[in-house]
Design a protein around this ligand. Structure first.
Ligand code: PMV
Length: 328
């Protein structure tokens, strides 16, 4: 494209929570996942990102939630966009999250999805969602799923160039209005980010091969359960995938423990609610927050119950959200 003096776009992308988890990378560049994953996109947690390509800039700059942010991971990502658009112009990125950053609430998912859309549009590109998903994956694996709303599946792919490692929509948010309640137990930035946590796992965990070997079976079971709107099976698979992931994390040398006492208390409270008849299941990512997957109509009572759990600081209830979109 022509390289105008200044061009800009703003995009919003919603965070997502994996029901069948991704953890571990294939060898080589391009951030290729070792396993596929299935997630739900969340209406209530999102990132807004503005990208301005500006010929007056001599280097990329970034701001997250009104504070200067490190561009070490962002410049190589913008380079992918620049190469594709045939431009050299540096960019400023201004991003805001409407939730705590880096605390296991999937800020990298919504962040890199919003950045993918804003940066490509600002650079004059109009990529198909699949291409955007492939781009977003190179910033953060989970971001590939946040291009889509509702339920989405990320394919592991087999090709070294990553052209078959993209997410696809499964169901729209309205097709099955399950609810998510996030119980925040700590607002601090997590100690070990996911990229570091999942490095070199074949050497670092004796459980890793088993994790990879069983992924396809778990994904197939989840696909069937979602297609059948079978909430109990979706929930049981979700808890199983979460506990397997944390078992793998704990088995890694050095062992990763993302939970605090309130995390465990919230997990147990969710099981008690279930024993008492509420259709609710938990999942947890690389952080101490607990996400409760609630059958349609049960979010409010689950949120009230989780607010009473000692150590839970606040809860956020959300419906499933839409695909990433350009907002300005
Ligand atoms: O792609 P990352 O670096 O955001 O890693 C995601 C890892 C988990 O959140 C724990 C699981 C997942 O599939 O989202």
């Amino acid at each position: 494209m022509a390289d105008p003096i200044m061009s800009q776009a703003t995009a919003r992308a919603h965070s997502n929570i994996a029901l069948i988890k991704y953890w571990g990378k294939r060898a080589g560049p391009r951030n290729l996942p070792a396993v596929g994953s299935i997630s739900v996109t969340l209406d209530g947690l999102y990132t807004d990102t503005t990208v301005v390509f500006d010929r007056a800039l001599s280097s990329d700059t970034a701001e997250l939630d009104d504070k200067p942010a490190d561009t070490a991971r962002l410049t190589p990502f913008l380079d992918l966009v620049r190469a594709r658009a045939g431009i050299e112009t540096r960019a400023s990125i201004v991003s805001t999250n409407n939730f705590p950053t880096g605390a296991g609430l999937a800020s990298s998912a919504s962040g890199f999805a919003a950045l993918s859309l804003a940066a490509t549009r600002a650079a004059g590109l109009d990529l198909e969602p699949r291409e955007l998903s492939i781009l977003a994956r190179q910033g953060s694996g989970s971001a590939a799923r946040s291009i889509f709303g509702g339920f989405a599946e990320m394919h592991r792919g087999v090709l070294d160039d990553g052209s078959d490692a993209f997410a696809e929509p499964m169901l729209d948010a309205d097709d099955w209005p399950v609810e998510i309640v996030v119980a925040i137990t700590d607002r601090a930035t997590k100690s070990v980010n996911s990229s570091i946590g999942m490095m070199g796992l074949d050497e670092r965990s004796d459980y890793y091969q088993a994790w990879v070997d069983h992924a396809e079976t778990d994904l197939a079971s989840m696909r069937d359960a979602i297609a059948a709107r079978d909430f109990e099976t979706v929930g049981a698979l979700t808890e199983m995938s979460c506990l397997k992931l944390h078992g793998l994390m704990m088995s890694t040398r050095p062992g990763l423990i993302y939970w605090n006492p309130a995390t465990v208390a919230a997990m147990l409270a969710i099981r008690t609610l279930r024993d008492e008849g509420t259709p609710v299941y938990f999942t947890i990512d690389a952080g101490p927050q607990v996400k409760a997957l609630c059958a349609p109509g049960h979010g409010e009572s689950v949120a009230r119950a989780l607010e009473r759990v000692p150590g839970v600081l606040e809860t956020r209830r959300t419906a499933l959200g839409p695909a990433a979109s350009v907002i300005a």
